[in-house]
Design a protein around this ligand. Structure first.
Ligand SMILES: Nc1nc2c(ncn2[C@@H]2O[C@H](COP(=O)(O)OP(=O)(O)O)[C@@H](O)[C@H]2O)c(=O)[nH]1
Ligand SMILES: [Mg+2]
Length: 268
């Protein structure tokens, strides 16, 4: 069980298979294994026989859930850097449009860049199936009762996905504006997606997620004429909790504002 938020049981986690035989934009098959993606092995303090008692005690304190997660996340980050893979962690509440934004983005990018997606949901392969329909390889992680992805799940998924060098990896986290903010997966950046149907006050109500994110995407702007949503107020709230946060307004369904997002990706 996750002792940070009290959710989930590791034995309920299911990492799916790479069901899609994928042709990359350069015409090669991604089924060729990348030997760099091995399973991470967690080293407990007991194995560090040379450590002094004080060091052992200190290490033990750090070896809590988040400490262990951070160690695995650091390993994932090392792999991403070594392989020149840009990994982004997409976080939001359920229904903000993460999968829709991903399918639109992949359709725009897939001929120029090899892309992969790791999908996180409590149950179903629905989102991985939506990604695979674009021709991009996707792997589904079902977290059971868990409300977030953790670094070990990503490490296990990478072992199956075997992403190629110089690729782009999108991780769609479980829909939840709370716990995913605490779990580093080894990504370059978190991108929080807020749809205008959720109300402009969410950055103030869930500040940790907005503080942890490099970019806020304000999605579903095509619905602005039908809703009472104050865009300026929302952006001011987001900057109140994170003065550095960048903001892009777009509609994942109409494609309005998509270029700014594609340019942002290019800049990363
Ligand atoms: N009007 C509108 N609807 C959207 C937009 N993006 C997503 N949706 C709809 O919002 C719902 C949830 O989208 P989905 O991508 O499954 O959200 P997720 O749970 O964050 O992955 C679906 O019915 C989408 O069609 C958008 O930009 N505009
Ligand atoms: Mg989704």
């Amino acid at each position: 069980m996750c002792t940070t938020c009290g959710c989930g049981h590791p034995e309920q986690v299911r990492i799916g298979e790479v069901a899609h035989s994928h042709h990359d934009h350069d015409g090669t098959q991604s089924a060729v294994k990348n030997p760099n993606f091995s399973h991470f092995k967690f080293h407990s303090v007991e194995s560090a026989s040379e450590a002094s008692e004080t060091q052992k005690r200190l290490l033990k304190v750090e070896q809590d859930v988040l400490g262990k997660n951070n160690q695995i996340a650091a390993h994932n980050r090392f792999l991403f850097q070594q392989q020149h893979i840009l990994a982004l962690n997409l976080v939001s509440s359920p229904g903000s449009g993460k999968t829709t934004l991903l399918t639109t983005t992949l359709n725009a990018l897939k001929n120029d860049r090899t892309c992969y997606v790791i999908e996180g949901d409590q149950q179903t392969e629905n989102d991985a199936d939506r990604i695979r329909a674009t021709g991009v390889s996707a792997i589904q992680v079902n977290t059971g009762k868990g409300c977030h992805l953790d670094a070990q799940m990503i490490n296990d998924a990478l072992f199956k996905l075997q992403p190629k060098q110089d690729s782009l990896l999108f991780i769609e986290n479980v829909g939840n504006l709370v716990c995913p903010s605490e779990f580093d997966l080894g990504e370059k950046a978190k991108v929080v997606i807020l749809s205008i149907t959720e109300g402009e006050d969410k950055p103030l109500k869930y500040p940790h997620m907005f503080a942890a994110s490099k970019l806020m995407i304000l999605n579903k702007v095509d619905l602005l004429p039908y809703l009472n949503f104050d865009v300026e107020k929302c952006i001011a709230y987001a900057k109140q909790v994170n003065p550095q946060i960048e903001v892009i307004q777009l509609s994942a369904t109409t494609g309005e504002g998509l270029k700014a997002w594609l340019d942002w990706l290019q800049a990363q």
